[in-house]
Design a binder for this molecule. Structure first.
Ligand code: C5P
Length: 321
């Protein structure tokens, strides 16, 4: 039996560059793991089946679940090994909000790949796991790499960054509100395609990527210049998600004001949302921000979490018995 923690991620920077031939979008992102984790348990079965247990009503337990598909992918790729060692029962104790822009599903898939590599003794390297992960979803390779990273391409090309400063995120999400990632990208394409770069112009694509690799945000992360990190937070998807969800736009405004009054660093939506996060320097500050937001948004549907930056995506907590 193996128990793992699968951390959520936030996007400190998300720029949509253009249309890819595979129908996805070419992105440049700066991603950061945060310590808000699902707990994943992998229990060997003596039949080559996959069973998934999760008590969250919005999480499917069939092959549409990314963690289930991760196990299926390994069984398909390594039939000799997995026919011999059997199957797995995956239990997901969900703490990361669902449909939130925090890569909860991708983190579960990453944990399944990481843990089953150990359980089934497949001997895959992290890079090989990331390549398999990219077949499941664009965020899975980052969830395997963890820490801080630049993600390019669909999001699957990962360049790890030096350890970020020990910041803390206050995450805010309306429980009943979820945003479909395909919808967010499709709507962005409809509204902003005219601003896209032609990806045939490799020079301008490289120039856009270089602007991030050598840009202010990455330098600020490396030099722990927290104020600069705050002032360079960016997410193109806000342009479609916030107008479609005025409640989230209003939440972002409130959090921005609270942040300014409590010494926070900056506020932004993560991924395709609708989670909004405020960064700050200490857990005490985060707690102050959380209480100030709670007192201004009188809505029990709003869930708030304090999540310090984490240097790992997936962590094995117990591989005994
Ligand atoms: O890769 P993933 O399954 O997480 O992507 C979900 C959806 O988000 C895709 O089906 C696509 O509609 C959109 N997407 C995109 N460009 C990306 C990543 C995701 O258009 N780079």
């Amino acid at each position: 039996m193996i128990r793992l923690l699968a951390n959520a991620k936030i996007n400190l920077y998300l720029e949509i560059i253009g249309n890819r031939p595979d129908g996805f979008h070419e992105l440049v992102m700066v991603m950061q793991s945060v310590a808000l984790a699902d707990r994943i348990t992998l229990k060997p079965l003596n039949v080559p089946a996959i069973r998934l247990i999760c008590d969250h009503p919005q999480v499917p337990s069939d092959y549409t679940n990314l963690a289930y598909r991760a196990a299926g992918l390994l069984q398909k790729r390594f039939p000799n090994r997995t026919n011999r060692v059997g199957g797995v029962e995956i239990t997901i104790d969900k703490k990361i909000p669902v449909g939130a822009g925090l890569a909860g599903g991708s983190a579960n898939a990453a944990a399944a790949l990481f843990g089953l590599n150990v359980l089934w003794q497949l001997g895959l390297t992290r890079i090989e796991l990331q390549e398999l992960g990219a077949e499941l979803g664009s965020d899975v390779p980052f969830c395997l790499a963890g820490g801080a990273a630049i993600a390019t391409g669909r999001g699957e090309n990962i360049d790890s960054l030096p350890k970020a400063p020990p910041l803390c995120a206050v995450l805010a999400k309306y429980t009943s509100l979820s945003v479909s990632t395909p919808w967010a990208y499709k709507t962005y394409r409809q509204q902003f395609e005219r601003t896209y770069l032609s990806l045939k112009n490799t020079a301008s694509l490289e120039e856009r990527q270089a602007r991030i690799h050598s840009g202010e945000m990455v330098r600020a992360m490396a030099t722990h210049s927290t104020a600069t990190i705050g002032s360079h937070l960016h997410n193109d998807l806000e342009k479609v998600v916030l107008p479609a969800h005025p409640k989230v736009a209003q939440l972002k405004e409130i959090m921005t004001t609270v942040s300014a009054h409590t010494g926070g660093i900056g506020t932004m939506m993560s991924g395709s949302g609708p989670t909004v996060f405020t960064l700050c320097e200490t857990v005490e500050q985060a707690s102050q921000i959380l209480h100030a937001v709670r007192s201004q948004v009188n809505d029990r549907d709003l869930q708030l979490h304090i999540a310090p930056f984490a240097s790992q995506g997936i962590q094995i907590v117990d591989s005994g018995g």
